[in-house]
Design a protein around this ligand. Structure first.
Ligand SMILES: Nc1ncnc2c1ncn2[C@@H]1O[C@H](COP(=O)(O)OP(=O)(O)OP(=O)(O)O)[C@@H](O)[C@H]1O
Ligand SMILES: [Mg+2]
Length: 264
């Protein structure tokens, strides 16, 4: 039976373009014919609101699905899945997610709850499930890292974002209980890159040196069009003339060719 490929987009540093990356890779994979589900694991709900989430729709959110899984309640998960104009489905988060961390803490397998949730048959309808992680390294993120097949780490061209990568990889090693985490790393994506600045060049060199082939060949430029698209609730990949849209599509193609290589 087909199994959805689960990608966690994570970096505990805030504002490095995690949500922007989830939106554009999701929309880009959908444009390439893949069936995509986006999961908002951040109580800021930026992804949900971008996709048009109506918090009064009365349907369950990711918080409900998580506590139902902890409580071993067999509720259908389909009612938590919404469709969006971007041709991707999504499960929204709301502010309740902050309180879910303590509920996760009561589970005997506190980092395995999301893995159990995604085992539900309803998720097999998707080619890709992409999780938008919060800017933390808490139990929510440990659950996402545990549940994912691969992690994608956006790294803003900034020293602290770069420095945080090792800490994230150490957490990945812990939750996967494996010294070799290479199979679990999809790649590091340099975001908000300004090729004219020496600092951006220095971070790119350091990334290439530290993580070599795990760094995506394509970097995402720092451009105002990204902020404009956020305001307009549009993806960049749907805008033919968008430079960053083309860059995100190039990353989508890198992901698809990695997938094809793995499938032989
Ligand atoms: N390439 C880019 N060029 C310019 N601005 C960008 C770029 N990528 C993202 N941004 C802007 O930077 C801000 C932060 O991006 P985003 O919300 O995607 O980051 P995040 O990592 O999800 O943040 P958080 O940690 O709060 O969840 C947003 O206003 C977004 O529009
Ligand atoms: Mg975000």
């Amino acid at each position: 039976m087909k199994k959805a490929k689960i990608i966690a987009v994570a970096n505990q540093k805030g504002g490095v373009a995690k949500t922007t990356t989830v939106i554009n890779l999701g929309a880009g994979l959908a444009l390439s014919g893949r069936k995509v589900l986006l999961v908002d694991m951040d109580n800021q709900s930026h992804l949900s609101r971008f996709l048009g989430y109506d918090s009064t729709d009365g349907k369950p959110t990711i918080s409900d699905l998580i506590w139902q899984t902890v409580a071993k309640l067999k509720q259908p998960v389909e009612s938590a899945i919404r469709s969006s104009d971007l041709d991707v489905d999504y499960i929204p988060s709301n502010f309740m997610l902050a309180g879910i961390i303590s509920i996760l803490g009561t589970d005997s397998d506190s980092t395995g709850v999301l893995t159990r949730l995604f085992a539900d048959e309803a998720f097999q309808a998707y080619d890709y499930i992409i999780i938008d992680c919060p800017p933390t390294l808490d139990l929510l993120v440990s659950n996402a890292l545990n549940a994912c097949d691969k992690v994608l780490i956006p790294v803003q061209s900034d020293y602290w974002a770069y420095e945080g990568v090792d800490q994230l990889l150490a957490t990945l090693q812990l939750v996967k209980q494996s010294k070799d985490i290479k199979p679990y790393v999809l790649g590091m994506l340099i975001t908000m890159f300004n090729k004219r600045t020496n600092s951006a060049k220095a971070i790119k060199e350091a990334m290439d040196e530290s993580y070599g082939s795990f760094v995506f060949n394509t970097a995402i430029s720092f451009r105002d069009e990204v902020k404009v698209a956020t305001i307009e609730h549009k993806s960049l990949v749907e805008k033919k003339s968008s430079v960053t849209g083309q860059q995100y599509m190039a990353v989508v193609n890198e992901i698809i060719s990695k997938e094809e290589q793995e499938n032989g």
